[in-house]
Design a protein around this ligand. Structure first.
Ligand code: NAI
Length: 329
């Protein structure tokens, strides 16, 4: 099938080409994001393959449908960027990659916890400058600390397993509690108890109307002074101005982000010669106790290989009139 692949980098091409060997789909790579302005590139392609910061709103979907596209193959687990009602109404099949490597995201989550706790980001620069002083680098033992996990699906459960291994008391909140987590000793509590009792709060729910800004001024006020907040889920789980206020007052002790509400304008590009126009993001970068990575939690060889395999399988299934099992509809 002819596939228009948007938001591609060399690493995407490498893994997709490998997965396509033997399948023979006709993959056309576009560096650009899919937006209203660029969707004409997909005209005549029955398949559009998109990533997390591509726009699949009503307007783009209508234009894709009129250009002959019938399958949206997402290279992601999350699908909050797709107007699902419109896609269904237009008769699209939408397939995603539900589980490529929960370990990749879970391990990056823990990397952010450890970097912030032990101030590795500051120690790294200091040592390279010949500054071997320890002042300002004081951390805390994870052993015995309370961690609160919001969302214990594939990724949240993997995070729970690692934190149990560190000797943390692990609390969790989920609309559907996991027996696997319970068996590990995870205690399910109310959302307010997550905020009130946790030294570390980490977010692993999908972005939905219910979870949008789940970390906000109210929830921050309930949190322990000095709390560490980690978000590797989706940027809009966090109300960023409320978090900036919490950091300025000192109530939030550490913040680790792999996602940001307005990341479309920033992430996945080299903007090092540009002036950042987003003042909220620029403010976040000024705090010594904030570490931000640019949506790289998924970025392991294992995960990219699995994403490419599942994406190509979703396309082959559509081509052959089968279901891969990864279709939303
Ligand atoms: P999953 O579907 O296995 O788990 C999500 C969990 O959230 C489920 O247990 C579900 O019951 C729970 N949940 C849903 N709505 C809830 C609510 N209102 N309150 C409490 N719990 C709720 O998903 P998975 O694979 O664990 O991924 C989670 C999210 O992580 C994805 O939706 C995606 O947004 C994000 N993600 C981020 C990546 C990155 O590179 N930073 C990569 C992959 C996923």
């Amino acid at each position: 099938m002819r596939v228009a692949v948007f938001s591609t980098h060399s690493f995407d091409r490498q893994f997709l080409d490998q997965a396509n060997a033997g399948r023979g789909h006709d993959l056309h790579y576009f560096d650009t994001r899919l937006t209203t302005a660029t969707c004409a590139l997909a005209s005549g392609f029955p398949v559009v393959c998109a990533f997390v910061n591509d726009q699949l709103n009503a307007e783009v979907l209508a234009l894709l449908a009129s250009g002959g596209t019938r399958l949206i193959a997402l290279r992601s687990a999350g699908f909050n960027h797709v107007d699902l009602d419109k896609a269904r109404a237009l008769g699209f099949t939408v397939a995603r990659v539900p589980a490529y490597s929960p370990h990749a995201v879970a391990e990056h989550t823990i990397a952010l916890v450890l970097v912030l706790d032990r101030k590795i980001h500051r120690a790294y620069s200091r040592v390279r400058e010949g500054n071997f002083a320890l002042d300002g680098l004081l951390g805390f033992d994870l052993h015995g600390r309370t961690a609160g996990i919001v969302g214990t699906g594939r990724i949240g459960s993997a995070v729970a397993g690692i934190l149990v291994g560190f000797g943390c008391r692990v609390l969790a909140y989920d609309v559907v509690p996991s027996q696997e987590c319970r068996a590990m000793g995870v205690e399910y509590v109310s959302l307010d108890d997550i905020w009130k009792q946790s030294d570390i709060v980490t977010l692993h729910t999908p972005l939905t109307p219910e979870t949008r800004h789940i970390v906000n001024a109210r929830s921050i006020a309930l949190m322990r002074p000095g709390v560490m907040i980690i978000n590797t889920g989706r940027g809009a789980l966090v109300d960023t101005p409320a978090v900036v206020a919490g950091l300025k007052s000192g109530h939030i002790g550490h913040l680790g982000l792999d996602v940001y509400e307005e990341e479309e304008a920033l992430f996945f590009e080299d903007l090092s010669s540009h002036v950042i126009q987003d003042d909220v993001f620029a403010r976040l970068l000024t705090f010594p106790n904030v570490v931000i990575t640019a949506h790289q939690a998924f970025f392991t060889r294992e995960a990219l290989g699995a994403i490419a395999e599942a994406t190509l399988e979703n396309i082959s299934a559509f081509d052959e009139g089968r279901r891969s099992g990864n279709e939303l509809f």
